[in-house]
Design a protein. Structure first.
Length: 318
């Protein structure tokens, strides 16, 4: 089952303008199943966040945003790492330790303006290994499908997948204020079997069972030889089958004119199919890791309005 989540939130305990109560209230209005607290370099709101958000019927995910001069990193889950340890010479070690403690370590808004406009907001670390990095915010903020900065992050992420890395696609609203009348924001959807809680949310990110969407949730699967593969799964190389998409939340007729794309992350080759009544399918041969996306209009802007994490290929290049 797919769950609508926001995994990048701030409160008055760092640079946000919302109290924990306000955040919980707004999250309830937006229909999130889970939200993550990622205040900058502090855990001071954690106790009240857990109690307040759970009382509202939303799953709380505890975290922090390591806010450094060379980049911002959201860490979902509790670790013993002091953010002041994180720097150029220690980055890989801190990420490894956090992952070993069960956290999902994610790169936040990697191609936002950096120094001198916003010191640290651009990701300038050069990891020796990406093995312990669970996800990357390829989209963030409002109307990300029309943002040049998000386009760079999307290209960066696809390049990493194409060379063999396994990194989940994430959206981060980077929620700081109520924004009651905001439009054009996306959400991260997590595929979780069974109960949704902090552990299952973190596990879904670490397993790459994510999609980001401005048009609501979607059922996505690759069907080959009678087996079904979803994002984060590994299909056999050369498997011949169909990619199937069903948009869950689109109103009747809203998806007309949308197009489904299936993209090979290594070669860049794409196949496409028109979406009718919220449903589409495309014949596909799995040779390398591939992803599913939807192009269309949302919020008055045209672009990629839905992007999935990869389905990997055993024996291919990921």
């Amino acid at each position: 089952m797919w769950h609508k989540c926001e995994l990048h939130c701030h409160t008055m305990h760092s640079d946000g303008s919302m109290s924990v109560d306000m955040l919980a209230d707004r999250a309830l209005r937006r229909g999130y199943s889970a939200i993550a607290l990622t205040d900058h370099n502090t855990l001071s709101a954690t106790e009240s966040f857990v109690a307040t958000v759970a009382k509202a019927g939303i799953t709380p995910v505890c975290g922090i945003e390591w806010t450094t001069f060379y980049g911002h990193i959201t860490v979902l889950g509790t670790t013993d790492i002091d953010w002041r340890e994180v720097s150029i010479g220690t980055f890989d070690e801190c990420v490894r330790r956090a992952a070993e403690q069960g956290a999902a370590v994610n790169i936040a808004h990697p191609d936002r303006w950096g120094y001198p406009v916003g010191a640290g907001c651009h990701f300038d670390y050069a990891p020796d290994s990406w093995d312990n990095i669970a996800g990357m915010e390829v989209y963030w903020g409002l109307n990300p499908h029309a943002s040049e900065h998000c386009a760079r992050s999307l290209k960066r992420w696809r390049g990493l997948i194409g060379r063999g890395e396994r990194i989940a696609a994430l959206y981060g609203y980077d929620w700081h204020k109520p924004d009651d009348n905001a439009t054009g924001y996306a959400a991260t959807y997590l595929a979780i079997e069974g109960e949704i809680d902090e552990t299952s949310c973190i596990a879904a990110v670490r397993a790459g069972r994510t999609l980001i969407s401005l048009i609501g949730g979607a059922d996505i699967a690759f069907i080959a030889d009678g087996k079904e593969y979803i994002v984060g799964d590994e299909a056999p190389k050369g498997a011949v089958g169909k990619v199937k998409l069903k948009l869950i939340d689109c109103e009747a007729g809203a998806a007309e004119g949308y197009t489904l794309y299936v993209t090979d992350f290594v070669t860049g080759e794409r196949v496409s199919s028109g979406i009718r009544c919220g449903v589409a399918e495309a014949e596909y041969v799995a040779n390398n890791a591939f992803g599913i996306s939807v192009e269309g209009s949302a919020g008055g802007c045209f672009g990629e309005v839905l992007i999935s994490s990869p389905i990997y290929v055993k024996g291919g290049k990921v």
